[in-house]
Design a binder for this molecule. Structure first.
Ligand SMILES: [Fe+2]
Length: 195
């Protein structure tokens, strides 16, 4: 319910999508951390999960500060993702999937950096976005390093053609490292699928 007279910022939907996606990612990564036998991976997953949960809360709070309320958008595939990541009988390698973006040098946050530079966001939200991007980039780097270690330990230092793609890992990594454009596309696809 929006009882204020403030004009709705055009980026409110983006803040809402980020909050929902980050909160969900926090739950997924924490569930995975709790079942992996790899202590280093667990440590990184917990660190990133704590950040994701925090991002979900902070963006929810920012929406409130702007005079609006978070709209929770249940992810129709959320339980499938969670069931897989929380399953100790599914290997870390399978959870990671065969995504390999080590040679992808594009800036996943280029689009939102441009929007910040163009003054699209109010100053407080711009500040929040800048902090968020920095943490996401660092989380993505930490996760990629860990994923590489898991692949190396499994003798799959290079992308394996034998493995099928992991949609869950794709979805999580889309949130972690691929920035807003991909996040928005992923969410658009999910919305279309759920209709
Ligand atoms: Fe994230």
């Amino acid at each position: 319910m929006e009882t204020n007279t403030m004009q709705k910022p055009k980026y409110l939907g983006l803040l809402n999508r980020i909050s929902n996606a980050e909160t969900a990612a926090g739950v997924y990564l924490r569930a995975w951390a709790d079942v992996t036998p790899n202590a280093d991976l667990a440590c990184t997953l917990r660190l990133v999960a704590a950040r994701e949960t925090s991002h979900g809360e902070v963006f929810c709070r920012r929406i409130s500060e702007l005079g609006f309320e978070l709209r929770t958008n249940p992810d129709p595939k959320g339980y499938e993702v969670l069931a897989k990541l929380a399953n100790p009988n599914i290997s870390d390698l399978e959870k990671i999937g065969d995504r390999d973006d080590r040679n992808d040098n594009t800036d996943p946050f280029g689009e939102v950096r441009r929007r910040i530079a163009e003054g699209e966001f109010d100053p407080m939200t711009a500040n929040l976005m800048t902090w968020y991007i920095a943490e996401e980039a660092d989380s993505g780097r930490r996760l990629r390093e860990c994923y590489d270690c898991v692949r190396d330990m499994a003798g799959q230092g290079k992308k394996s053609a034998a493995m099928g793609p992991s949609a869950d890992a794709e979805a999580i990594m889309a949130c972690m490292t691929s920035g807003f454009a991909k996040l928005e596309k992923t969410l658009e696809k999910l919305v279309k699928v759920s209709k």
